[in-house]
Ligand binder design. Structure first.
Ligand code: BMA
Length: 834
């Protein structure tokens, strides 16, 4: 089969003026304008506000391509000729050589157009006219029979909910409003002779102990009756190499062809921390078309069962109940052209390195690129997958439902063979949103009917027929199918979004008031680090309440909540650098409080995914990774509080409880040492307890009423260690608000060295130093640990995991060490205030 790749250089024209620029496909108009020097950086200062006109304009993408006369003269090839687009963003008309060949109104649907009659030998001209997304949405709003309200943010394009476009392109409470237009993914022309493969799907069944059957089905389109051979080949670990083929009669139109492969004792795929991520290569050939994908053998069960407390939501993989640890994923960049494979890899590896095993692809974002899912398979990151609807009401008229149906069928067929995908979920918060707006409260019935048609009806029914191997969950949060109650505050069933800390302003202790069955969102904001602020704020704007800093905060009460909370827990930080640092300490402190408590509550609680992993531009937000991929202190803390074996403590109901959480398949037995220390570091009391942590459980080691402690809470901190014979894990805890404690003013010193080709930081303190942090500035990479306790007399040596510089295969230690020496700043709690 011949294919002509249509990616690369196109011409972009602003229709109203005729101005044209070079543009990359895949890519978007804003990135093209930026590359041409026609607009300033939309992420810098307040430039975004001056660029809103771009979303109000129509844009045309054009290119030429050559077709060999022999292709046109071959009747079989000509008949099969089709033009393919992975995704056009969004409302578009497509012309080939001046002839309209089709249109598109949903960026999440792949488009294939038959073009046998439009293609010519020699030069061809392809043109994609993309209408202003803002005008298209506003126009759609005019024909609504009643208003469809949506959540609105400080910079916002109206009626985003009426377009099948990434919802956060229109602005969010962490994101810019950049209504891009563009062409995503692959674009090509192909000429299969007899038939073309539309989709491939596999079904695996464990027949008994080691025998499995893999059914491989190809959905094949034939332009005429005929016949073809379908061949499937499977190769992978344990030297499995199998093939199977069969001849099939084809009729014009869609055909479903299936072969079966008997697989004996395949290596299983496990989420990260639970086992290997064994993957098998599958190759499929039908006629002269071929396809390839990677699959994993694993048994997945979503245990949704009524129990004494309510209804469980637990993911069971290969027979083991997984405690899901992770965060919510948003698009990696607000500009699609910058959503590179390298950006995906860096974020996803950081997730795996922080001991995460699940991400939630959130409904205000996008169905991600192939690279994203391949990486999740490789890294063992389970995916909770929303469909792309968020924080809004949506239409449920026949046209909209038909458009959504195409999207759902396409995306589920495209993605269903990824072992990482664990659950399909209808939307983000749209069940809850029925109580958000005056109209939806007043006319709730009509909006519930729309909600039901879209998520329980259209999407739910389609998912259950196209992918019966996974559970369909109607909304996040919800109590499950057919449950129309608002599950935000309900910790007895299903998944919960716990926002009482943050949006409702409750103290961190409120996390102890709930034991979610599965917490799919909870979060606390922080500011990005100083090096990031310096990248977007001119020097005279580097003050928290300057217009530029406030522009880079999209949650209206965001700065107020951060400051109010800082004043609740900590002595007030001195200067901007300390304020940014302490906001990150506080964020880590908040999320750790929730996760550690909820981990202690397994199996009642089966997962904690904080909001949010990443940022799509430089901004104050709930993320643990900054826009550049730099680790915030929360990310370092996550690496510890998500560790498979973890010792932790919390003060609840007037007592300190010390627990060990064990998410591994091994039993751990050892000594747990709890030391109560004063702020000189002296241990006033040391307790040693024999502890056993059985597989997949959390166990209480000891409980201490506060009045039994050797000194009042404000004169103590606790260190906890668990030694299982092969190593020690440690943790520490304040027993009250840190601001109440008279800390010693520690002197912390750090040096950078190269040791055996590895860059390390060495750090020491002369008094207990809390939340010690080595900030690498804008040097790419992260330390292996950060935001830790340093006791006097101890030295900590930390490896720096550097990112390679452009053009470098592996980071050069000398270069990195020199850059770090210049950029490094060291922070700790008693140094953050005067
Ligand atoms: C949620 C999310 C997002 C939002 C976040 C922070 O509930 O689903 O829509 O960005 O909270 O407010």
């Amino acid at each position: 089969m011949q294919t002509i790749d249509l990616r690369g250089s196109w011409t972009l024209t602003r229709v109203s003026t005729g101005d044209s620029y070079q543009a990359a496909v895949p890519g978007d108009n804003i990135s093209a304008l930026l590359a041409a020097g026609a607009i300033p950086d939309p992420y810098y200062a307040k430039n975004e506000l001056d660029l809103q006109w771009i979303g109000r304009e129509d844009w045309r993408f054009d290119r030429e391509f050559e077709v060999d006369a022999r292709l046109i003269e071959d009747p079989a090839a000509r008949k099969g000729l089709f033009l393919h687009f992975d995704g056009i963003d969004t409302v578009a008309e497509i012309e080939l050589n001046g002839k309209r060949i089709g249109d598109s109104s949903n960026m999440f649907v792949r488009r294939r157009f038959p073009v046998g009659n439009a293609v010519q030998a020699g030069t061809n001209r392809l043109s994609v006219l993309i209408r202003s997304p803002e005008s298209a949405a506003v126009e759609a709003s005019r024909s609504l029979r009643y208003p469809l309200p949506y959540s609105e943010y400080p910079v916002q394009s109206p009626h985003r909910n009426l377009l099948r476009k990434v919802q956060c392109h229109a602005g969010w409470d962490w994101g810019p409003c950049l209504m891009v237009s563009g062409i995503n993914g692959h674009a090509y022309l192909a000429s299969p002779r007899d038939c073309r493969i539309e989709y491939v799907s596999t079904r695996q069944r464990r027949l008994d102990g080691t025998r499995w059957e893999l059914q491989v089905s190809a959905e094949v389109y034939a332009h005429a009756d005929g016949q073809t051979k379908l061949a499937a080949q499977l190769e992978g670990p344990r030297e499995i190499a199998l093939s199977q083929s069969d001849e099939f009669a084809l009729h014009a139109g869609i055909n479903h062809l299936t072969v079966r492969l008997p697989v004996v004792d395949p290596a299983l795929w496990w989420p990260a921390g639970y086992g290997d991520q064994s993957l098998y290569e599958l190759k499929i050939q039908a006629g002269d078309d071929s396809a390839a994908k990677r699959i994993g053998f694993r048994e997945l069960e979503t245990v949704v069962r009524d129990d004494a407390r309510g209804r469980s939501l637990t993911f069971r993989i290969n027979g083991r109940d997984i405690f899901c640890k992770g965060a919510n994923w948003i698009p990696v960049d607000a500009l699609p052209a910058r959503q590179s494979d390298a950006a995906y890899r860096a974020r996803l590896e950081s997730a795996r390195d922080a001991n995460m095993n699940m991400l939630r692809v959130w409904g205000g974002g996008q169905y991600e690129s192939a690279e994203f899912y391949d990486l999740c398979d490789e890294l063992g990151l389970l995916i909770w997958h929303d469909f792309m609807f968020a924080c809004s009401t949506y239409p449920a008229d026949p046209l909209f439902l038909a458009n959504v149906s195409e999207e759902v069928v396409h995306q589920v067929k495209r993605l269903r063979d990824h072992p990482s995908i664990a659950i399909w979920c209808g939307n983000n918060e749209n069940l809850g949103a029925l109580t958000w707006f005056a109209e939806t409260r007043r006319f709730r019935d009509r909006y519930v009917v729309d909600y039901d048609r879209l998520y329980e009806g259209t999407i739910g029914d389609l998912v259950e027929s196209v992918d019966p191997t996974r559970t369909y969950w109607p909304s996040s949060p919800s109590g499950g199918r057919g449950d129309y109650s608002d599950n935000w505050h309900d910790d007895t069933k299903g998944d919960m979004h716990y926002w009482s800390v943050w949006h409702e302003g409750k103290p961190f202790d409120a996390y102890y008031e709930v034991t979610p069955r599965f917490c799919s969102e909870f979060g606390f904001q922080s500011f990005p680090s100083l090096s990031t602020v310096e990248g977007f704020a001119p020097e005279d704007q580097r003050n928290l309440t300057s217009p530029v800093m406030e522009h880079h905060q999209r949650n209206e009460r965001g700065n107020t909540i951060i400051i109010e909370s800082l004043s609740r827990y900590f002595r007030f930080p001195d200067g901007l650098g300390n304020l940014l640092y302490m906001s990150q300490v506080q964020q880590a402190f908040a999320i750790r409080t929730a996760v550690e408590y909820w981990r202690s509550q397994r199996p009642t609680c089966a997962g904690a995914l904080y909001w949010q992993l990443n940022d799509n531009w430089p901004v104050a937000s709930w993320s643990s990774l900054e826009y550049s991929g730099k680790w915030k202190l929360l990310h370092y803390a996550a690496k510890r509080f998500f560790a498979p074996l973890h010792v932790l403590g919390f003060v609840k109901d007037g007592a300190l409880e010390v627990w060990i959480c064990n998410d591994s398949a091994l039993s751990h037995r050892g000594e747990c040492v709890v030391s109560f220390r004063n702020f000189d570091g002296t241990a006033l009391r040391v307790d040693r307890t024999e502890a056993v942590a059985t597989p997949d459980t959390s166990a209480l080691v000891r409980s201490y009423p506060l009045e039994s402690l050797p000194a009042p809470a404000e004169q103590l901190f606790v260190t906890m260690e668990f030694d299982n014979g092969s190593g020690t894990i440690a943790n520490d805890l304040f027993l009250t608000y840190p601001k109440l404690c008279e800390l010693r003013k520690a002197r912390v010193s750090a040096t950078i060295d190269v040791e055996g080709g590895i860059v390390v930081g060495r750090v020491t303190a002369d008094a207990p130093a809390f939340f010690v942090s080595l900030d690498p500035g804008s040097v790419g990479g992260h330390f292996e640990d950060n935001c830790f306790l340093l006791l006097p007399g101890s030295q900590k040596t930390l490896r720096f995991v550097a990112d390679p510089a452009p053009g470098e295969n592996a980071p050069a230690a000398k270069r990195v060490a020199e850059e770090l020496e210049r950029a490094l700043s060291v922070h700790h709690l008693s140094d953050s205030y005067r």
